[in-house]
Design a protein around this ligand. Sequence first.
Ligand code: PMP
Length: 317
Amino acid sequence: VVDYKKGEWVDPKIIPFQNISVSPACSSLHYGQTVFEGMKAFRAPNGDLLVFRPEKHLERMNNSNRRLCIPEIPAEYFYDAIDALVKLDQDWIPNQEGCSLYLRPFIFANDPFIGVKPSSAYKFMIFTCPVAGYYKGTVKVIIESDFVRASPGGIGAAKTGGNYAASLLPAKLAADKGYQQILWTDSKEHKYFEESGTMNLMFVINDVLITPSLDGSILPGITRDTILTIAKDWGVKVEERRVSVEEVITAFNNGTLQDAFGTGTAATITQIAEIHHNGKDMVLPPVAGRTLSNKLNQTIVDLKNGIGEDKYNWVHR
Ligand code: PMP
């Protein structure tokens, strides 16, 4: 826990997991001035404790903070807290493949003030919890063409509560129909893909790895960046650009849609089995034949677990 009062971050401390008290007028409860991150710590075969790309999470957190008028988190608080917590809670990292310690850094406005304005008090906290291996399987998804998650100029690129609030109802309606994820489309015409509920989105068409460009309404995923870097390094043709629903349907119809998958910290890569649109299902090729996404997934999972060469210096020990 670190408090922001009178213009500075003060009094960092580690306390046991417990409830915290806030005023009923606590401004973040009403106006959503909140930011969070999601990270994981792993145990390497030699026992080392590893966190993947913490500097990227801090960078995104401070980008989110700027958009939400929240003071930036000094790097030393962030890194010291991560190091201390992972060390303290290392026995909670289960000694099983896929298991890790989840780290949830978050900040919320803590002014007991009824007007709408940036708060003058904040709390920055990180809690941890052990997480089991993420469900490894494919998802059935539906293209969303009624609701909107975010639009250019809005808060879509920030990791803030409001974006997730906007997605609850559409995600529930999709789940009621048997779809585990929504594929968001642009707010103007529902013509171009944006991202999935909690993942960025990638397609492989004609051996080209294509992902929607970051236009301000998509969360800049750290897994997305990791995958693009590695794929380019492997000589894969990569395109960051607008991808239309029409383009993907055409590729499916002419047999050139080889793969579609979501990317995120939770599962690294989640392959899509079926894409539903306007009463029709596009059934994608079997997962076993999706060489690129299978290889990317294994490479990144290994890296996070301290296996293989850490060529980019992404693993923090
Ligand atoms: N988009 C959204 C909306 C998300 O919640 C997440 C998960 N943080 C992602 C994309 C993927 O981001 P990352 O790879 O950094 O986990």
